[in-house]
Design a binder for this molecule. Sequence first.
Ligand SMILES: NC(=O)c1ccc[n+]([C@@H]2O[C@H](COP(=O)([O-])OP(=O)(O)OC[C@H]3O[C@@H](n4cnc5c(N)ncnc54)[C@H](O)[C@@H]3O)[C@@H](O)[C@H]2O)c1
Length: 372
Amino acid sequence: MKIGVIGSGAMGSGIAQVAAQAGHDVLVFDQNAAALVRARHSLKSTLAKLTDKGKISTEESERIFACVTFHESLDALVPCALVIEAIVENLDVKKSVFKALEQLVSDTCILATNTSSLSVTAIASACSNPSRFLGIHFFNPAPLMPLVEIIPALQTDNQLTEHCAELIRSWGKVPVICKDTPGFIVNRVARPFYSEALRILDEGIADMATIDQAMRNLGFRMGPFELMDMIGHDVNYTVTESVFSAMYFDPRFRPSITQKKLVEAGWLGRKAGRGFYSYAEGISVPQPSADEALLRSIGSRVLAMLINEAYDTVYYGIASAESVDLAMTKGVNYPKGLIAWGRELGIEHVRKSLLELYNKYNEDRYRLSPGL
Ligand SMILES: NC(=O)c1ccc[n+]([C@@H]2O[C@H](COP(=O)([O-])OP(=O)(O)OC[C@H]3O[C@@H](n4cnc5c(N)ncnc54)[C@H](O)[C@@H]3O)[C@@H](O)[C@H]2O)c1
């Protein structure tokens, strides 16, 4: 089965590698010739590193490299049975690419988008046969992150969803099926990790080093501020804003002015040498407070908001409890699934934490999910 990939940037090149490692011939198209050259070099050096580490043999590396071909014309994708698009995150551009692609490929070719934040249903509407269209959402870096969200559009054929989930499983990935809703699973459920941390900072309850420590104490690999600095505030803020407006301005998803200011200043995080933290040489790292009660209360507040969002996602049938837990552990390395974590803490305890916040602030943001 030949797989087409449109876009050879960060995601497209990773997806191409995954499909080639699974034994497919992969045809990559990008409108930018320089991006294709970069992707080819990067595949070669990634495979060389895997060979050096003994993860794959030299023959395997050569086989995988030979499976991937790079093309400057969309016409090259004609023989593909599945095409995954990973181009710029722009609805009109994606729609026009699928319109053109549909004229070229066979009637049975499956069409998929790797969009993070756009409506899969809206992109599907550009196709004359949208029943063969769906979202196949990989996480960055695609070769390393096991999770793949499978998102049927409103128009998608039910059987196709299952078929694609099986295919992605055969690639060694962990597929989870979710409804086409803003942020899908991960980018919705993870919002409070950032937004509640920012809220605590904005209220002056604790500084960022203390909030980061509180979350690391719970087993998260990184605290919210160090993680936002790593993701980049331009990317993280855009996702927050897009989920907020797509959720009709539900206050639970409200972005933070503090983060917006970082974007405006160009303090985009690690890549800019400065975000919440400074990455300049010789700058000492701010130390967290040693106040155990404060650390526990911050951790419990952010965790309660995360659990609330996870239960809401299940309550509204966006994904099953099992999928939500798989998504957060396999897509963003959470130490535990949030549904399981809620049960472990005791639902009554989580409910009580949220009700305390609701009574304190009188804000809809802290309302209990009916799922709790
Ligand atoms: N970067 C992430 O962490 C991440 C994670 C999951 C999903 N996504 C989604 O994947 C998609 C790609 O993201 P990325 O980070 O790989 O972007 P990127 O900027 O690294 O790469 C995009 C590539 O698409 C090419 N391109 C743009 N318009 C094109 C067109 N009309 N036809 C052909 N090629 C075109 C560009 O030349 C570029 O090489 C986006 O929809 C994004 O939302 C990104």
